[in-house]
Design a protein around this ligand. Sequence first.
Ligand code: JFZ
Length: 600
Amino acid sequence: MRYILSLIISFFSLTLVSQSNTSDRAKWFVDQRFGMFIHWGLYSSAEGVWKGENLRNNNQYAEWIQYRNRISDDQYIKLIDKFNWEKIDPEKWVLLAKEAGMKYITLTAKHHDGFALWNSKASEFNIYENSKKRRDIVKELADACKKHGIKLGLYYSHWIDWNDKRSWDHTNEIYGLDPDLYDDYWQEKVIPQMTELLTNYGEISIIWFDMWIHHSKTIVTKEQLFQLKKLIRKLQPKCLINSRLGLSIEEDSDVDFRTLGDNQLGKEKLEYPWQTPATIANSWGFNANEYRWKSTTSILKALIGNVSLNGNLMLNIGPRYDGSLRYESLLRLNEIGDWLKVNGSSIYGAGAYDLNSDIHDWGKITYKNEDKHKIYLHVINWPIDNNLFVTGIKSKPVKIYSLSDKSREPLSFIHKDVFTKIDLPNNPVDKYVSVFVIEYDEKPLVVKGLVAKNFERGYSLNLQNYHMLKNNTRINKKTKYGTIPENINLSSEEVINWKIFIDEPGKYLFDTSYSNQSDKDIGDIVVFVEDKQVIKGNFKPTGKTVGEPLQDWHIKNFKSHRIGEVEFKNPGIYDISIHLRSRKKNIISWSWMWIKLDEN
Ligand code: JFZ
């Protein structure tokens, strides 16, 4: 009975997310969205300090201590004597992951130090042989995962192995290495160890490789990588392989998900599965001097932001010499778990909606088609007047409610064309991120390319959210630490266009920000609404300003100017364009326009 039930559940969960480039193998992965990464090994008992000296690198990656602090193999293995075997219990990690709402776990079976956390016949440099306790941590974790219904992934450092002298460590960049010897390492350690891991521990759901550069820049050959991949596909056809295997999509599109850089969050919606590996603080392995703990809200933001773009988050913990976690980690995991217990339906089985995920200033949207079509609104910045504006969805909501409200009491709302205004409760309904659900009868229709009304009831038209930039003038990024905003230099003429939806007819004030480094009027700005000229102004000299005091840091002054007002008589979508003209090259730089209802 239980078996049938879990079959039904997994059948349902497999159908939720519809990322179009997801293989059948990876369906569970995009469905589960949130996993636990565990960095644990010999380095865990060094705790980022060696003979009183802190780790020699600002990144404070404590799992790199052997390499960074130049510890000899003889001394490094002695770290095993500090482990507290009575307390070490991988089942506790599994229970913790479950509590935190994480659905899968990836353990560093072998990190760069080459030390195997299992009973490896292929290399004596393993925990089973050296602990004298005959403990096989991979087995213990695999059993606990199976017992608690959590999928298990294994991190395996294939490229780098500091312990095997035939293998790669970065210092070989100076002294070189023999490809034949490297292949001996590959055939005698990597292939046999991978075979062990894929044979002796039941179902392995992910092999997580960690070669973050393309193989052509390393000693590893394409053939070796193909051999490895073939082995995985043969021994465990359902096992996922991440992109840090080291092959490009051109050489082989058959990797299952893309791994972004460490702590690198998604920027665009992708149709194939992807994941951010993220630390809960800064180091991956436990570091006694850790202080850069991420806040619970920022971790939730990372998870929500990734899911809103079809991505996953795998959050790392670094247990100590006795398997325990610092209070800071426990606290965050518990808080995240509490949030997911209430709001998890906006994450699990959910994915990107068709709207650009950046358009709303209050937070992010995820989407799911369960029994009904649901849009989840993650309110990270609670609007001051408790009105939430959603722009870009044409379909009429059937019901809107808060996930924190068990009785699902409907909230009142107004829907006009592509705009929904929701009356929120008077205070945030969650400590971290409040989530509201909009239910629709059919897949909600989207109207793309609109600039959303922001929480101040205005529209910020800028160089990120334009619809068209006619002459494709190069957009200058923020410089001088952002004291010079994003802008374009006018060579002669440029036309920029946006679309907005006006829900409240009335008189709107138009402001724009630019710099004019001439002392004369040498250009003009003309505003059109739906091809009708409504405002004509000229660029006033703006001079310079000081970016930072007493640092000889004099920058162009970008200043906001009121240029006019426009009456919008009816609600509707409006095309707003500005024609910018300069009679001299590169003297005027333009940055943004702000439109707001005149409330006086
Ligand atoms: C690697 C490891 O070296 C590190 O110890 C940890 O295991 C982490 C998950 O992965 O570190 C990386 C990998 C990729 C990048 C930077 C550090 N990268 O893409 O910039």
